[in-house]
Write a protein that binds this ligand. Structure first.
Ligand code: ATP
Ligand code: MG
Length: 448
């Protein structure tokens, strides 16, 4: 049916020689059927974790999931094979974890506990096992729950967001009974840990259609549970006299995300969140009808800080997300001085400059504007230019050591003060950033 890479085939044979049935499962089977490259190989086998470890002693066993991970190389690329013993699952009283994991005897039992029909297929190297019509649903581009959707979503509420994730990743639609069940059961997502939700949500953000993923989440009621701050934006209008906006705030956020040219997950997240402060700063003037959102980036920054905590982002991710939202309203104007541009670069940080420009591009297109303008192009060019001249104190061509030696002073705060005065003079063009004039400046200083 398909040709498997040699390493995968050999792996299967190692198990079958010992009379352990083993199958390729999960995303790998989907990708084989879709003729997409497989980077992630998952296996299901009748062998218990102990038996797998006997075959592969350097495998690492993850107790919580009953999975043995093995480092492998396929066509020169290092990756992890994840091997899980056939399971059936018991009760899920907490809607999260089965109360106990029971090993199953057959692959059919194992497939029955899987979430969606397109994920409930198995391939043993010759034969495809497809008890729930996964191949047909793959062709029809439908996400269909295995068995009774209400039962499946109440067992494990993470599946609610996984359904949307697969729809966004694969460009599929939610099958109607599955969609209605997600709608009915959306509040159960509150039982799921922030980390597991974040991992699925981030996969939606980096999918080819993150905007549609967000709209799916909204229409199923999941967004109201996950990101109420974004959900409410769909009720905030911004069309008013003298304003260029054509969408409500929520639609604008989704459209900005759609057009954000960055593939980076935090930049995409920031693009989705950049205007959430508008929900709390919305004002409509009674007489003129004019809508304003004064200081919405300040309100938004606070909300985003709380979201970053809730999603358990790392410190670095949090810093980036907050910075991008905080400064997203930056001014683009040909009359700005170099100094103003430098201040902007220092606020945002050179490392996030391209990300904030990508956010602005998304924001522009998401407001119905062209991707760029001569003004925005000039701004981008100038950002590159002004970074060529000294940018930080450490870019100045003399050091604290020079200061001590030439001015003849001992180590102390005075050195920093002198250096930053010199930097300031260099930045504003009063001094040339070359050693000779800078040293002569220091000599004068030493004399006075
Ligand atoms: P990806 O390409 O993202 O790895 P995948 O389908 O392999 O997609 P995984 O999260 O790696 O997704 O899970 C592997 C398989 O395990 C799934 O295809 C599915 O059969 C099963 N599975 C994973 N999570 C669940 C769950 N919460 N409920 C039921 N089955 C699940
Ligand atoms: Mg996988």
């Amino acid at each position: 049916m398909f040709t498997l890479p040699k390493e995968v085939n050999d792996f299967l044979i190692t198990f079958t020689k010992k009379k352990y049935p083993i199958y390729v499962v999960g995303g790998a089977v989907r990708n084989l059927l879709l003729q997409k490259p497989v980077t992630n190989w998952d296996f299901a086998t009748a062998a218990t974790p102990e038996e797998i470890l006997q075959l592969y002693p350097d495998g690492f066993y993850n107790n919580q999931f009953g999975t043995v991970g093995l480092e492998k190389e396929v066509a020169g690329v290092k990756l992890i094979f994840e091997v899980t013993t056939f399971r059936k699952e018991g009760q899920y009283r907490d809607r999260r974890h089965p109360d106990k994991i029971e090993w199953a005897k057959t692959i059919e039992d194992d497939l029955a506990r899987r979430d969606f029909t397109i994920n409930a297929m198995a391939y043993d190297g010759q034969r495809l096992i497809d008890p729930y019509d996964g191949q047909r649903h793959l062709r029809e581009k439908r996400i269909v729950a295995v068995g009774d959707p209400d039962k499946r979503f109440t067992e494990d509420a993470l599946r609610l967001i996984r359904a949307v994730r697969f729809a966004a990743q694969l460009e599929f639609l939610l099958d109607e009974p599955t969609r209605l069940s997600i709608q009915r059961n959306a509040p159960l997502i509150a039982n799921i840990s922030a980390e597991r939700i974040r991992d699925e949500f981030f996969k939606i953000l980096v999918s080819p259609h993150p905007d549609e993923g967000v709209l799916f989440l909204k229409n199923t009621g999941l967004l109201a549970c996950l990101l109420p701050e974004v959900d409410i934006c769909f009720m905030i209008p911004q069309k008013s006299p003298k304003r260029h906006h054509i969408y409500d705030v929520g639609t604008h956020l989704a459209m900005s995300l759609k057009h954000c040219p960055s593939a980076d997950v935090i930049t995409r997240f920031a693009t989705l969140l950049h205007d959430i402060g508008k929900a709390t700063t919305f004002r409509r003037d009674k007489t003129t009808g004019l809508i304003t959102f004064y200081n919405h980036e300040v309100a938004g920054t606070r909300l985003v800080q709380a979201i970053a905590e809730r999603f358990r982002l790392s410190n670095l991710e949090k810093k980036k997300l907050v910075t991008l939202v905080k400064y997203h309203q930056f001014t683009v104007n040909e009359g700005q001085t170099d100094k103003t541009l430098r201040r902007f670069i220092r606020q945002v940080g050179t490392e996030y400059l391209n990300d904030i420009l990508a956010l602005r591009t998304g924001d522009r297109i998401g407001s119905g504007a062209r991707p760029t303008s001569w003004r925005f192009d000039l701004f981008k060019k100038r950002l590159v230019e002004v970074q060529k001249s000294p940018f930080r104190v450490t870019d100045v061509k003399i050091t604290g050591y020079d200061v001590m030696k030439v001015v003849n002073i001992k180590p102390g705060p005075k050195i920093g003060k002198i250096l930053s005065k010199i930097f300031n003079d260099v930045e504003e063009g009063r001094l040339k950033n070359e050693r000779a004039p800078l040293l002569s400046y220091l000599r004068d200083l030493g004399k006075s």
